[in-house]
Design a protein around this ligand. Structure first.
Ligand code: 0L1
Ligand code: MG
Length: 262
């Protein structure tokens, strides 16, 4: 099925309003069971246009569903992508207003900052690393606009892959000499370790997630420009948070970052 322009716009307004009004909605495929992945990305594009029209700057991109377990659970073989906006960015150590979100969860991620642009269709992990100027520890706050995080693939793509907030560490380091697959990742909430992982939890290699993003964007006539921040995907399971929680992530060789929910 291919949605007409008016329907794409209507769905984007619906999800944009749900986010702004902190209102859970039912997944959009309940009413549109034949919605396909390409139409879902068109809705995401329209959502992005709505945000940029109100002054939000696109600061980067994110990969989602990058763990093999999550992909199996969703019955898919490829991850999904979304965009990050200036309204999602939080300063290192900064505060996130929990009341502005529906049911936030945090994920430990490795962020790539590109020095050179990246193009598909055949981008490799080695090319992604060569284009990377810095790596940073990151926390992604996801907050599906769907009730109980109940969605399917097209619904979550349209909802910008649950993107809500993100924080990056303050000490950018070049990727030289770091084996990202075996790099250890620790997620703490209120001083207690709640999840541990390794870079390999992200498609076996977080650089592959960045390369795959360039290739997926190419398939839709887009590219990753120099300067892009890319959240490569969760290296741990997502952990629910609420007001009063302090969350930090430590990544071997890359340092720490944190945020508070108020
Ligand atoms: O960043 C992510 O991996 C989340 C993708 C969307 C799925 C979810 O909300 O759990
Ligand atoms: Mg994520």
């Amino acid at each position: 099925m291919s949605l007409d322009r008016a329907e794409v716009e209507r769905l984007a307004h619906h999800l944009h309003a749900a986010e702004r009004e902190r209102r859970e909605v039912v997944r959009i495929t309940d009413a549109l069971p034949d919605l396909g992945v390409e139409d879902a990305y068109r809705v995401q594009d329209a959502l992005r246009a709505l945000k940029t029209a109100r002054g939000v700057r696109v600061t980067g991109m994110k990969m989602g569903l990058t763990s093999f377990a999550k992909m199996r659970q969703m019955g898919v073989e490829t991850p999904i992508y979304g965009f990050l906006g200036s309204d999602n960015a939080v300063d290192d150590g900064g505060a996130v207003e929990a009341g502005a979100l529906i049911h936030p969860k945090v994920e430990a991620e490795i962020a790539f900052v590109l020095g050179d642009g990246l193009d598909g269709p055949d981008c490799t992990p080695a090319q992604a690393l060569a284009a990377t100027r810095y790596l940073l520890p990151a926390i992604e706050v996801i907050d599906s606009r769907y009730e109980n995080f109940r969605f399917d693939l097209p619904s979550v793509i349209a909802d910008n892959t649950s993107a809500a907030r993100y924080v990056l560490g303050s000490r950018p380091l070049p990727p030289d000499g770091l084996d990202l697959a075996t790099t250890g990742v620790v997620l703490e909430r209120n001083g207690q370790v709640v999840e541990v992982g390794a870079g390999a939890a992200v498609l076996g290699d977080p650089a592959l997630a960045v390369a795959m993003l360039a290739n997926m964007l190419h398939a839709r006539g887009q590219r990753l420009p120099a300067g892009s921040v890319v959240l490569s995907g969760a290296a741990t399971a997502a952990v629910a948070v609420s007001a009063g929680d302090h969350v930090s992530v430590r990544i071997d060789g890359l340092g720490t970052t944190g945020l508070r929910f108020v």
